[in-house]
Write a protein that binds this ligand. Structure first.
Ligand SMILES: [Ca+2]
Length: 621
């Protein structure tokens, strides 16, 4: 038998694990930032490889590039676009939402990873250049946080709607010293802007990776103190750095990124130039699973050594792009498993607060991503008390947390009336929609008033609690400093009783006057809702009052007549009926006025009047 050396060798080698047929596939990002492509294409740019003109994304993909970074601005039209850095038409709002969507479509068409970079600025944000967006100027930090949230959420929602889910998001670009004009030295305010943007991403899809970028991850770039602040104050998943310059062949980057990986957080290079390909990818690879990968910045034409040779508008891939292709091949780079994930499933959240309060949600909205943590808080209005949950939760603690949303939520909250006065209701203690609390125009009662937005449909709902049912005169105290009538509709428990109630001009916002309406009210708790019916919105509403003075005085026989009981035999009992009916009216009215205390009419207690009436009745029998 012939000895087969090769077979034996192979078996032994396999047993010893010494044959590496191919590099083991490793999740690794071989990325580029090509946000300029649309601008360049508008100028006539054509891309070539091996003598053939191709779509830039095809050429990149053929060279192993698997991830694209894209920058976007708050309002490019007044910032980035006007600078026309690329030479493209400065009247076109490059890198705005529409252009971001256009680029994202090309990325997704190539099944590449999509990394979205929010500059949180109207123009380039970089080290030392972190300007407040024009539309955010003069706002408080709290308002800026809300604007940051809205900007990110609007962009993300538009992308999700088109099926263009970003896999990774940066909130702020090279935020070494500031973001949106807010210095990192004001740590809480700086963190509020960033975390508000991050929250918008998390609210939409908590599985999207969040990255924070430092523009100079070197000991002489202040990286360590920056990273400690970020780590302590910001909600993030990974740290990236711009790795352009190094003084010691990348050891500075290695040391700084090492501070991050020590905390088991991943690192990336989100910007570098073509001459650093081997160096920076080697460093990232050495971090193993925590070295997520790299992005070349504008490889078609940035730096003196770009990855394309340029001749007019003809861009031809050169050897530096091949070098990147070699890295992709050497690492057998595959996309991380969190890339291309389907948009997270949304679950319906229905809440209904009974009259007397509201339900606050830590993630607002009626469609919330599966897996989200949501806290619901019952918030009673002044004069009301929370009594307990209904639906999914039967507890009485005001906070109810769903740690990981895994099914539809149906939740109700109940409240009871605890105020003494059931005749007067301040509008500021009410439920608002597109309506704000204000106290700037003097002359109101209580703490302020409700200012209905200048829009059809803005409303204020005032919960009331009445001891008896019936038609009630309701006095509405209001001011209308505009020149036009500001009508509203008035509904009780959702049913419109007054289609359009005029609230004429009072000339000044500080001139408060009143208007009476009659509403049919049920006994117990009800909601009275005032809704703007014109684009001007309703008036400012200070309070509503139930008016009892209008009810007829009770007819009571004089005291002497009572004692002699001179009601003639045979008279009808209509006197008794009238007295009793009026007593009931008075009783109800006075209960309203006094919130359940003793009542007096014409100096006599209602109880006494009632006894008189019943004596008359007895006499008649
Ligand atoms: Ca008021």
């Amino acid at each position: 038998m012939k000895f087969n050396f090769m077979n034996t060798f192979k078996k032994a080698a396999i047993a010893m694990g010494v044959i590496a047929a191919a590099a083991i596939a490793r999740p690794y990002i071989v990325g580029v930032d090509v946000s300029w492509v649309l601008e360049d294409e508008s100028l006539g740019a054509k891309y070539y490889h091996d003598g053939k003109q191709q779509d830039l994304f095809d050429i990149l993909q053929d060279h192993g590039i698997n991830f694209i970074r894209v920058r976007t601005f708050v309002n490019s039209c007044v910032g980035y676009a006007t600078e026309s850095y690329s030479g493209a038409n400065s009247k076109v709002c490059w890198c705005d939402l529409d252009h971001t969507i256009a680029l994202a479509k090309r990325i997704k068409a190539h099944n590449m990873g999509f990394f979205l970079d929010f500059h949180m600025s109207d123009t380039w944000a970089s080290i030392g250049k972190q300007y407040v967006p024009a539309s955010w100027k003069g706002k408080s930090n709290a308002e800026m946080g809300k604007l940051a949230y809205d900007h990110v959420k609007t962009t993300m929602n538009a992308l999700m709607k088109e099926g263009l889910r970003p896999d990774m998001v940066q909130v702020g670009n090279e935020i070494n010293s500031a973001v949106s004009g807010v210095s990192i030295s004001k740590t809480a305010e700086f963190a509020n802007i960033i975390n508000s943007g991050v929250k918008a991403v998390r609210d939409i899809d908590p599985s999207i990776k969040i990255v924070m970028q430092h523009g100079r991850p070197r000991p002489d770039g202040g990286f360590e103190s920056w990273y400690n602040k970020i780590d302590a104050n910001i909600d993030y998943d990974a740290i990236c750095g711009s790795t352009y310059g190094t003084t010691n062949n990348g050891q500075d980057w290695r040391d700084m990124f090492g501070l991050v990986t020590k905390k088991k957080k991943p690192v990336l290079s989100c910007e570098y130039t073509a001459d650093r390909t081997k160096l920076i990818n080697g460093i990232m690879n050495d971090f193993g699973d925590l070295g997520w990968g790299t992005f070349v910045w504008e490889p078609t034409r940035y730096s003196n050594k770009p990855m394309f040779d340029r001749d007019g508008q003809k861009y031809t891939a050169n050897a530096r792009l091949d070098e990147l292709a070699a890295i992709a091949k050497q690492y057998n780079a595959t996309l991380p498993d969190w890339v291309g994930a389907k948009a997270v499933k949304k679950l319906t959240v229905k809440t209904a607060a009974a009259a007397g309060g509201t339900i606050a949600q830590s993630i607002e909205g009626s469609e919330i991503a599966e897996g989200s943590k949501v806290t619901f808080t019952a918030v009673p209005l002044e004069g009301w008390e929370f009594t307990g949950w209904t639906g999914d939760n039967s507890g009485i603690a005001k906070d109810y947390t769903v740690a990981s949303l895994n099914k539809e939520v149906n939740l109700g909250a109940n409240f009871k009336f605890v105020a003494k006065d059931s005749l007067n209701y301040e509008a500021e203690n009410a439920v608002f929609s597109n309506t704000i609390f204000e106290d700037k125009h003097a002359g109101f009662s209580g703490k302020g008033y409700a200012n209905l937005d200048n829009a059809v449909g803005s409303f204020v709902t005032i919960p009331v609690c009445l001891p008896s049912e019936g038609e009630q005169k309701v006095r509405i105290v209001f001011a209308n400093g505009s020149t036009a009538n500001r009508p509203v509709s008035i509904a009780v428990n959702g049913e419109v009783q007054v289609k359009s109630q005029d609230f004429e001009s009072t000339s000044e916002w500080t001139n408060w006057t009143s208007k009476d309406v009659v509403l049919k009210m049920p006994a117990g708790v009800s909601n009275i809702t005032f809704t703007s019916t014109t684009a001007d919105g309703g008036p400012n509403i200070d309070k509503i009052q139930f008016v009892v003075e209008s009810i007829d005085p009770v007819v009571v026989p004089p005291a002497d007549e009572k004692d002699s009981a001179k009601v003639e035999e045979g008279s009808t009992d209509s006197t008794t009926a009238i007295v009793n009916r009026r007593l009931e009216q008075s009783r109800a009215a006075l209960r309203l006025r006094n919130g359940g205390r003793s009542f007096y009419v014409n100096g006599r207690s209602v109880n006494e009047l009632q006894r008189r009436a019943s004596r008359i009745k007895t006499f008649n029998k």
